[in-house]
Design a protein around this ligand. Structure first.
Ligand code: FMN
Length: 181
């Protein structure tokens, strides 16, 4: 697979087989996340892998939305990866303050996508989950209350067939050369 084929094969998976994921596959995806770039190389993240079934169900239920359908599929995923953002190093903290940029959130997002692309290459489906009860997730996993959980990744063997056509804006809509106008 070349890179565009890999990027094109990644899609949000919202149906999973009842099949455990090998820890070495998760380790491979974590290694891809570890290699991600970050502002001032701060690497401000902790990935909490939840593959214990009862604990996983507890965390999955904290992702359900007020409308019954939102994120119900998360209970099927045999692995959840809860990404906690950590303190940036001094340079990145100063950079974030001076430039008013949430570098640590950018860093987490890049590492999360590295994880998801490695998962795709490994034959796993993933879905990024941004909607969840953060305080309840922290309580379930003994994450200190002062920390932020930025994202949860659902992962497992997909029960979906094939790759859906991507709904994306055409390149003409977002691409500019040599100026915004
Ligand atoms: C930051 C972020 C948060 C997301 N949160 C959710 C979520 O809570 N539930 C969900 O089903 N999908 C969630 N998604 C998946 C998006 O809906 C999905 O990536 C987008 O519709 C494009 O579809 P694709 O991933 O299949 O290409 C999230 C994606 C991102 C990047």
């Amino acid at each position: 697979m070349n890179f565009l084929e890999l990027a094109g094969s990644r899609q949000s998976c919202r149906a999973y087989l009842d099949r455990a994921v090998e820890r070495d596959k998760i380790e491979y995806c974590l290694e891809a996340a570890r290699l991600a770039p970050s502002a001032c190389n701060a690497q401000p993240w902790t990935f909490v892998v939840v593959d214990d079934a009862p604990l996983r169900r507890t965390v999955a239920e904290k992702t359900f939305g007020p409308l019954r359908s939102l994120n119900q599929f998360v209970v099927q995923a045999p692995v959840l990866v809860v990404i906690v953002s950590e303190r940036q190093n001094l340079q990145a903290t100063i950079g974030s303050l001076v430039k008013r940029k949430a570098f640590n959130q950018m860093d987490v997002a890049i590492a999360a996508e590295h994880f998801c692309l490695a998962a795709t290459e490994s034959g796993l489906g993933t879905c990024m989950i941004g909607w969840f009860d953060e305080a309840a997730v922290k309580a379930a996993l003994a994450i200190p209350s002062g920390k932020r959980v930025e994202l949860i990744l659902a992962a497992g063997y997909s029960a979906e067939e094939g790759i859906r056509p991507k709904k994306r804006q055409p390149a003409d809509q977002f691409r500019r050369y040599n100026g915004y106008a």
